[in-house]
Design a protein around this ligand. Structure first.
Ligand code: IPM
Ligand code: MG
Length: 367
């Protein structure tokens, strides 16, 4: 049966990088027995310009009936003065909330060929393989009350609310513990229970869930600021890190830099069983390099591979894509962000073509 992939390229470099991932889907359709139809739509600033909203109801409808959603990136300076609730970022947040994508998986994996691209010493990051599980539909991103109020005395007050209910902590905990069981069986839960009640609840609920259902997994609690420090000091101590929406946003950007470039990191946002997942690179829309052919499409291609694994039930194809990316890197083919001496610098399109050339080689070998 034909599976459906909704494709939302978005703003900035989004269209360029998504185009390369789409070529991979087309190649798999033609050459590897994949049967995925593509349905494009707009999100972010482009959707705002076209529809007046950054994530339209029709787009939401298309996403709901898809098996998976592949997104590029949202945002750019031309929408800086747009109202908060219509900004490009609000479109992405609406998509996450409406589709109930509460679990955001952000793997940080150091490819051997890129060990020198990291800002940390090779001996610290070599072989690094961690997974950040970020809660994505709660916390301070969505908590009420929120807003900016005029206090009438020449002062204004900005308010956001950090709030978590037990069910939210438990369901993200389940995801983290289940994934840890398939990896090195260790979970580090991060919060700020020393200053925040929501953190105290997070810690207590995570411990209770662990004791009730996952005592075979090793659970450690860590304050989020300490975790930020430990990620630079000794990142390989971690296997799965589970944390809230805001801390997860920060820690995943930090973790991505360990791998050499933000341009390498894919992500999956998953909801309840059977609902479509949303797959996107962790990096943003990089308006400064949009249209220059400098963007690295690998995070998007690796996001597609996560879609194949988690939503389309084609783990076999995910593996072929990941091996192909690894081979391309081993061959010294690099976009500007991961360029190193002695390597060959290529454009966005050339990088996409290099991955497809590797896929073709793998097919020829298998035949
Ligand atoms: C991310 C981004 C988003 C976030 C923005 C674009 C709303 O930084 O996915 O990490 O803050 O969640
Ligand atoms: Mg972020």
């Amino acid at each position: 049966m034909t599976q459906k992939l909704a494709v939302l390229p978005g703003d900035g470099i989004g269209p360029e990088i998504v185009a390369e991932a789409v070529k991979v889907v087309e190649w798999l359709n033609e050459n590897a027995g994949l049967d995925v139809s593509l349905e494009h739509d707009l999100i972010g600033g482009q959707a705002y310009d076209e529809y007046g909203v950054p994530f339209a109801d029709e787009t939401l409808g298309k996403c709901k009936t898809a098996d998976a959603i592949l997104m590029g990136s949202v945002g750019g300076p031309q929408w800086d003065s747009v109202d908060y609730d219509k900004r490009p970022e609000a479109g992405l947040l609406r998509a996450r909330k409406e589709l109930e994508l509460f679990a955001n998986l952000r793997p940080a994996l150091v490819f051997d060929a890129l060990v020198d691209a990291s800002s940390l010493k090779p001996e610290i990051v070599k072989g690094l393989d961690i997974l950040i599980v970020r809660e994505l539909t709660g916390g301070v991103y969505f908590g009420e009350p929120r807003g900016i109020e005029d206090l009438g005395n020449g002062q204004r007050r900005g308010v956001n609310t950090q709030v978590y209910d037990t069910y939210e902590i438990e369901r993200i905990g389940h995801v983290a513990f289940e994934l840890a069981r398939k990896r090195s069986n260790r979970v580090t839960s991060c919060e700020k229970h020393n200053v925040m009640e929501s953190g105290k609840l997070w810690k207590e609920d995570m411990s209770a869930l662990h004791a009730a259902e996952y005592s075979d997994v090793k659970l450690e609690h860590m304050l989020a600021d300490n975790c930020a420090m430990q990620l630079c000091r000794n990142p390989r101590q971690f296997d799965v890190i589970v944390t809230d929406n805001l801390f997860g946003d920060l820690l995943s950007d930090e973790a991505s830099m360990l791998t050499g470039s933000l341009g390498m990191l894919p992500s999956a946002s998953l909801g309840i069983l059977g609902a479509p997942g949303l797959y996107e690179p962790v990096h943003g829309s990089a308006p400064d390099i949009a249209g220059t052919g400098k963007a690295n499409p690998l995070a998007t291609i690796l996001s597609l591979s996560m879609a194949l694994r988690y939503s389309l039930d084609r783990g076999d194809m995910a593996e072929i894509i990941e091996t192909s990316v690894q081979n391309v890197l081993n061959d010294g083919i690099r976009t500007a962000d991961i360029m190193a001496e002695g390597s060959k610098e290529v454009s966005t399109e050339e990088m996409g073509a290099a991955v497809i050339a590797e896929l073709s080689k793998a097919k020829a070998l298998a035949a």
